[in-house]
Design a protein around this ligand. Structure first.
Ligand SMILES: Cc1cc2nc3c(=O)[nH]c(=O)nc-3n(C[C@H](O)[C@H](O)[C@H](O)COP(=O)(O)OP(=O)(O)OC[C@H]3O[C@@H](n4cnc5c(N)ncnc54)[C@H](O)[C@@H]3O)c2cc1C
Length: 315
């Protein structure tokens, strides 16, 4: 069995999601080759060569791969697919866009967001917002799989010594072109790889209150900032902060939920966090059922106090 793992990277470095998807790819058994597609991404390919368990790295560079356009990347993966039994990618926003196209072009079923490899053709994946786990056996000769990275340990990014081989770009189907992008810049850790996340809910009441209460606490803890969908829909927080069924799925060491009720769709995105802390003024809020530590308090009093105490500890 030979597997092609598609790397998530920023041209210079591999993203942590790749290391985690590598663990799933390796669990299929057999060789794992890593595809690094982009423009000016040799450094990322060199990083992929050091991934433990990588047998070979394929480097594909072309202007069409520079800006996350799904169609050219899907065409590239399909052009390479002949040599592989499985094609695996982390279930990041980019690959939620790319992999269904790959599956459709290969005329196979995608197995989405696996959380466990039971056998090379059998996988576990969450359904009903994580309330049930489905075991799926795929009869397709070629498996197209996305990996829910929050449930896999990262493969060490040191110790491997795979050869990097350049592969030709595939013909651009010309279905899409890059016009421009607005990238949110932040010095805070990215949600999907943050070890600590501080999230705010509808109770924050405004964008200004996120800045005033949530962000200083997050910065004291070196945390990423998250939000409930209610906070995002109300415009208190940007879209890419949303945690939950229709947002990001995270599993940090510490998740602090502030003014969040704990609706199942929010829990679907964070209930696998190692330690959950909830601050809510309603002692019956469902978030307390999953919290390891709960504080029944008004956040507008408790959060500044907590931030100040952390400051005294030199945080
Ligand atoms: C198909 C679908 C997908 C969805 N996807 C998502 C998703 O991805 N992520 C997500 O988060 N939601 C999602 N939702 C929405 C979800 O059902 C809830 O509506 C949402 O999570 C509620 O957000 P909240 O907890 O911030 O708001 P609320 O439920 O309104 O809770 C606010 C909480 O703040 C507390 N509070 C109020 N004032 C204070 C104060 N001063 N101090 C302390 N506590 C206070 C209240 O007691 C309450 O518990 C989805 C819904 C559907 C139908």
């Amino acid at each position: 069995m030979t597997t092609l793992l598609i790397a998530e990277h920023d041209n210079a470095q591999l993203k942590d999601a790749t290391n985690k998807a590598m663990t799933a790819a390796a669990a299929l058994g057999g060789e794992v080759h890593v595809l690094v597609a982009g423009q000016g991404c040799k450094a990322a390919a060199d990083a992929a060569a050091k991934l433990q368990g990588a047998a070979k790295v394929l480097l594909a560079e072309a202007p069409a791969y520079e800006h996350d356009l799904a169609e050219p990347l899907a065409a590239l993966i399909v052009s390479l697919a002949g040599s592989y039994d499985a094609i695996v990618a982390p279930a990041t926003s980019r690959f939620k866009n790319v992999m269904p196209r790959v599956a459709a072009l290969l005329d196979v079923m995608q197995v989405s967001e696996i959380i466990k490899v039971v056998a090379p053709d059998t996988f576990e994946r969450p359904i009903y917002a994580g309330n049930a786990i489905q075991t799926v056996k795929s009869k397709d000769a070629k498996k197209v799989i996305t990996v829910r990275t929050s449930t896999f340990q990262a493969t060490p990014g040191e110790g491997g010594s795979a050869a990097v081989e350049t592969v030709a770009a595939a013909e651009d189907p010309g279905l899409s072109s890059f016009v421009g992008e607005e990238v949110a810049k932040s010095d805070r850790p990215e949600l999907s790889s943050a070890k600590i996340i501080v999230s705010g809910g509808r109770a924050m009441q405004s964008r200004e209150n996120f800045t005033k209460y949530i962000e200083p606490l997050a910065d004291k803890l070196g945390a990423g900032v998250g939000a409930s969908r209610a906070a995002v829909d109300a415009g208190y927080a940007p879209n890419d902060w949303q945690v939950g069924q229709t947002g990001k799925v995270v599993a940090p060491e510490l998740y602090v939920a502030i003014g969040i009720s704990g609706a199942i769709q929010h829990l679907a995105g964070m209930k696998d966090s190692k330690v959950i802390v909830a601050i809510n003024k309603d002692e019956d809020a469902p978030i307390f059922q999953v919290a390891d530590y709960g504080l029944v308090a008004d956040l507008y009093q408790a959060v500044p106090e907590l931030t100040e105490e952390l400051g005294k500890l030199g945080k």
